[in-house]
Write a protein that binds this ligand. Structure first.
Ligand SMILES: Nc1nc2c(c(=O)[nH]1)N[C@H]1C(S)=C(S)[C@@H](COP(=O)(O)OP(=O)(O)OC[C@H]3O[C@@H](n4cnc5c(N)ncnc54)[C@H](O)[C@@H]3O)O[C@H]1N2
Ligand code: MOO
Length: 402
């Protein structure tokens, strides 16, 4: 038997960030930057108007009121995109649109709503200080400023930022390609009918989706029967297109636990009982340099194993720290019992009321009971040395992706 931490340490010691790749901006969505990107020019690149209105010298309209508007001749019309905008002199104004370059000489913009909207001459009925409605060059981003650090995930807002500093391509860690495959003679495809003794296959769907939630690209493979030759053939076929392989089933003590049978001693793969519930039987190792995770077949065991072991490894491959799922401290609503010597991951419902988190463990916690997993939003993590937690105790809770 080994601990969760010992097993995770072995895994993290065997995985490395994927080599960087140059991708077009939209193709990079969801990947992690492998370079820090800085702005080649300030943003905005030039002083410009924040309003549709008139560019003025603020001193010229210092006395303007509703009752006594100031009239100024309109000597130009400046729209966004204009280049070579000429200066204005005191006593004159130019009509200006939002985003248009501020003419030299002007030090304020008066929105059209404060005027009569005149074309040849405009009457301005409100005074404004210098700087009014002017967006200064560099007030968003300075030239040379880092706008996205290496090691950050490329979200929609960051794609906007990268485009705004002129980048069409970026160097990123690609999404890890994870092949997910289930094993078991009893498994049938959803959408087909069941004979006695059969069940619909669910693990590979669940884990392919979990790969996407963790920032990878999952490839679901057809279920492999419990035959050693077929399992080996499938693994060797998939190694060429995978950055990692995840299997479920066939790793405990049964007579048909073929994953364990064919992989024991193959490459660096080894099998261990890990002090956790669910998820006790685990296998991990490298096959031709590719990490292979052999997770237990019980659906909840497979899911918890993924979150505890595979997700951190996927993060390392993306150039991110191997952090666990986001964790909060919560108060347990009822007494909770836990087996001695095992780290216990209980399905629970986390809620935030009156300023603190409360968590309630699901009524059923069997490794086959997907119902309580699919309605859970959290995993309560009870340490190995804790056997009982009375209601009101503080406990660490991992939030599940939602
Ligand atoms: N004598 C022992 N028996 C078992 C032990 C043990 O220590 N000694 N450990 C138990 C624990 S804990 C777990 S977890 C399971 C792990 O079993 P396997 O990894 O060998 O998985 P299977 O036997 O293939 O399947 C277990 C269970 O899960 C269902 N299953 C499997 N794959 C899928 C799938 N893709 N979709 C849906 N359901 C799946 C399968 O039908 C079984 O019911 O072993 C215990 N036994
Ligand atoms: O350790 Mo198993 O994963 O509980 O069902």
């Amino acid at each position: 038997m080994r601990t969760v931490d010992e097993h995770l340490t072995e895994i993290l010691g065997s995985v490395a960030p994927l080599p960087p790749l140059d991708l077009a901006l939209l193709e990079a969505q969801g990947t992690v930057l492998a370079e820090s990107v800085s702005a080649p020019v300030p943003l905005p690149p030039f002083d410009n108007s924040a309003m549709d209105g008139y560019a003025v010298v603020a001193a010229d309209i210092a006395a303007a009121t509703e009752a006594g508007p100031v009239a100024l001749p309109v000597v130009g019309d400046i729209v966004a995109g204009d280049s070579g905008v000429s200066a204005i002199r005191p006593g004159l104004t130019a009509r200006i649109m939002t985003g248009a370059p501020l003419p030299a000489g002007a030090d304020a913009v008066i929105p059209v709503e404060w005027t009569d909207g005149g074309n040849a001459t405009v009457r301005i009925s409100r005074a404004a200080p210098p700087g009014n409605y002017i967006r200064r060059a560099g007030e968003d981003v300075l030239a040379g400023q880092v706008v996205a650090e290496a090691g950050t995930r490329i979200t929609a807002a960051r794609i906007g930022m990268l485009a705004a500093v002129g980048r069409s391509r970026v160097t990123v860690r690609p999404k890890p390609r994870i092949v997910v495959v289930s094993t078991g003679d009893e498994l049938r495809e959803p959408g087909t009918s069941l004979a006695p003794g059969q069940i619909w296959e669910s693990n590979s769907f669940m884990l392919t989706a979990a790969v996407a939630e963790a920032g990878g690209t999952g490839f679901r493979q057809a279920t492999v029967q419990d035959e050693p030759a077929k399992v080996l053939e499938m693994l060797h076929d998939q190694l060429v297109r995978a950055d990692a392989i995840v299997t479920t089933g066939g790793v405990s003590m049964g007579t048909r636990d073929v994953v364990k049978e064919v992989l024991s001693g193959t490459g660096t793969v080894s099998f261990h009982k890990v002090r956790m519930r669910p998820g006790k039987p685990q296998g991990f190792g490298l096959l031709e340099g590719i990490p292979v995770f052999t997770l237990p077949g019980n659906p909840v065991s497979a899911y918890v194993s993924f979150q505890v072991f595979v997700r951190p490894a996927l993060r390392v491959m993306q150039g991110l720290p191997p952090e666990p799922l986001p964790t909060v401290s919560a108060v347990v609503a009822e007494d909770v019992k836990s087996p001695a010597g095992l780290r216990h991951f209980l399905r629970g419902r986390l809620s935030f009321t009156r300023g603190f988190y409360t968590v309630t463990a699901a009524g059923v916690q069997g490794s086959h009971q997907l119902g309580s997993l699919s309605s859970a939003n959290a995993l309560i993590e009870i340490p190995e040395d804790v056997e009982a937690m009375p209601a009101g105790s503080h406990v660490e809770v991992m939030r599940l992706p939602s």
